[in-house]
Design a protein around this ligand. Structure first.
Ligand SMILES: Nc1ncnc2c1ncn2[C@@H]1O[C@H](COP(=O)(O)OP(=O)(O)OP(=O)(O)O)[C@@H](O)[C@H]1O
Length: 341
């Protein structure tokens, strides 16, 4: 049964995810809807996840994967926030979550978005809580006093710094740079300011186990919302690219049950398309194509995928990345893919 809360989450998740490919079911990606929700709606919910809940499934560890993951883990151990920068669908999120899970601390997941502002990160007043006090000192006289108490709801960053969680902030450059001013005081001064909060708990001291991994798409990183240099300087930058062919085969093979020969053809085609097309052809595209090919089959007499099926499937997978009037761009894409295949 779909209850009201989970329906809301699905709607929110859909808005945040950019494309069909991104809907691929990683447990953690579903959580972003919960954590990126507004203060009022999330009241009573928690952005904290157990580390074992966020381990990407499946997660392949080849030498290339392990070496990157160890680098990230090492910097976290050295108490440095890490910025993973790389092209779409190269495995940044999987690496970030794997490194976060390995710390064995709670994980807070957050997705960058236009709608993320300081309140969405830190928290806000969620209206007043009204209650009445009755005074019945004198028999027959009921003195009522209305009391309004301000209710403050912490959002993911506040919870993460207080609990010593690992913050995984995906696509952080998609959020407005102004929202990240609070991160500067977190990294520089070891305190989080809660703007709008009054009183002694206006700031939160950063728990010594708090760590942050943020990811950015390299094409967007300078483009969408240029982040403050002062903030970027606080991060260690780990540039990630597509894995070697062997690793990509392992990755695709972990997601889809196809023969080694079929996986090899899919990865080889993906890499050729990646080299020759102007659009980004990530590992996710290879996995999606493999899922399609597992259904559409289309093997020729030699037991290999026939070119027509391969071209059709890859065109469908990459079609969301081209938008043209009169189907012009999609025709171009189809003929380019067919030629490369
Ligand atoms: N080590 C791995 N083992 C298994 N699958 C992996 C691994 N790394 C990445 N993948 C798969 O590759 C695809 C792309 O990975 P991921 O979503 O982490 O990329 P990304 O760089 O974060 O993408 P985006 O920029 O779109 O957010 C996903 O389907 C993911 O499950």
């Amino acid at each position: 049964m779909v209850d009201d809360t989970s329906r809301k989450r699905t709607v929110r998740g859909t808005k945040i995810r950019a494309s069909r490919e991104q809907k691929e079911g990683r447990k953690a990606k579903k959580k972003l809807a919960r954590t990126a929700s507004s203060a009022g709606e999330r009241n009573g919910d928690t952005p904290l996840s157990d580390p074992e809940e966020v381990v990407p499934e499946p997660f392949v560890e080849t030498d290339a994967v392990r070496s990157l993951r160890d680098r990230i883990s090492g910097w976290l151990e050295a108490d440095q926030p890490v910025h993973l920068i790389g092209p779409t669908g190269c495995g940044k999120t999987a690496l970030a979550l794997s490194a976060a899970a390995a710390r064995d601390r709670p994980v807070v997941w957050l997705n960058g978005d236009e709608a993320v502002d300081t309140e969405a990160l830190v928290g806000s007043h969620a209206g007043g809580e009204r209650y009445e006090e009755h005074d019945r000192y004198v028999s027959g006289v009921d003195k009522k006093t209305q009391i309004v108490r301000e209710r403050w709801v912490d959002n993911p960053l506040s919870v993460a710094v207080r609990e010593g969680a690992t913050l995984v902030y995906n696509e952080f450059s998609r959020s407005d740079a102004a929202a990240h001013n609070v991160l500067l005081s977190v990294f520089e001064e070891g305190v989080l300011e809660r703007p709008g909060k009054r009183g002694a708990d206006r700031t939160i001291d950063i728990h010594p186990e708090f760590r942050a991994i943020v990811t950015s798409n390299d094409a967007e990183y300078a483009g969408v919302h240029e982040q403050q240099d002062a903030l970027l300087d606080r991060f260690i930058g780990v540039h990630v690219d597509y894995y070697d062919a062997e690793t990509e085969r392992e990755l695709v093979g972990a997601h889809v049950a196809l023969s080694d020969a079929d996986i090899a053809t899919i990865v080889e085609t993906t890499r050729a398309l990646r080299d020759d097309l102007e659009i980004v052809v990530g590992t996710r595209a290879a996995i999606t194509a493999a899922k399609g090919l597992a259904v559409f089959d289309g093997h020729d007499g030699d037991g290999e995928f026939d070119d027509e099926t391969l071209s059709r499937v890859f065109t469908d997978v990459l079609a969301p990345k081209v938008a043209g009037e009169d189907g012009g761009d999609i025709d171009d894409l189809r003929s380019q893919v067919t030629e490369i295949v």
